[in-house]
Design a protein around this ligand. Structure first.
Ligand code: DHB
Ligand code: MG
Length: 223
């Protein structure tokens, strides 16, 4: 298909199933205004995350990579009373935009944006209750590190989602020298071989182009 064709389908599905949402649209506008990259998940994918959280009954959600908080809002809205999202963001400028967006969307009381490199912040979460759902959407070079923490900070049954596993098809190139691609490949190989996970992945074709999302469950092997 051509970009024109899949963008038309993306618009059709988004209009039909997601519709307009002032707080989510304001979050995108604020992010753009601040000059942050427009690499948030597409609306259909944001709602996919939201539904996964509801279907799994998640009360505690961990997000690695906040950006402007667009996916964070989707996840926060899925929580039952008393639920919590912890979202880790390395760049203070992004965290500040996200906090404004979360406030406007009325979910700031349910979300804790933790600033710092995820590899530094994640060990500090070890004493807390396990997370029910983990969304990994940060620097792809660290995906294996984040998956390892997802298994440790989760429990058998925890849902794990990894964004951007298609990378315009480059994920299937064994000779890629793009570190984001090789990081993604190492993460997928871990999902396929590490007994702590049972996983699959779906390709996506939407307003963000050709990409994909991996879905995993943490198994009993994680103890
Ligand atoms: C990139 C990262 C993302 O999380 C995304 O959704 C799209 C692109 C990137 O770093 O290129
Ligand atoms: Mg992403």
């Amino acid at each position: 298909p051509t970009p024109e064709a899949w963008n038309r389908v993306d618009a059709y599905l988004s209009d039909t199933l997601v519709g307009h949402d002032p707080d989510l649209e304001a979050a995108i506008a604020a992010q753009e205004e601040a000059g942050l990259p427009a690499i948030e998940v597409a609306p259909l994918n944001g709602k996919f995350l939201h539904l996964l959280a509801r279907i799994s009954g998640a009360r505690r959600v961990l997000e690695i990579g906040t950006l402007g908080g667009y996916s964070t809002i989707w996840l926060a809205r899925a929580l039952p009373d008393g639920g919590r999202v912890v979202s880790i963001e390395a760049e203070p400028r992004k965290a500040a935009i996200a906090r404004g967006n979360l406030q406007r969307a009325g979910v700031a009381d349910r979300v804790e944006v933790r600033e710092g490199r995820a590899a530094d912040v994640l060990p500090n979460l070890a004493g807390e209750e396990p997370f029910d759902l983990v969304f990994i959407d940060a620097d792809k070079e660290s995906n294996t590190v984040y998956l390892d923490w997802a298994a440790r900070l989760g429990r058998p049954g925890t849902v794990v989602v990894v964004d951007n596993i298609g990378r315009s098809g480059e994920v299937a190139d064994p000779h890629s020298r793009n570190s984001q691609v090789t990081g993604t490949q190492r993460g997928l190989e871990m999902l396929g071989s590490d007994p702590r996970f049972d996983a699959t992945a779906l390709q996506t074709l939407d307003r963000k182009g050709w990409d994909g999302v991996a879905l995993a469950i943490v198994t009993d092997a994680a103890g």
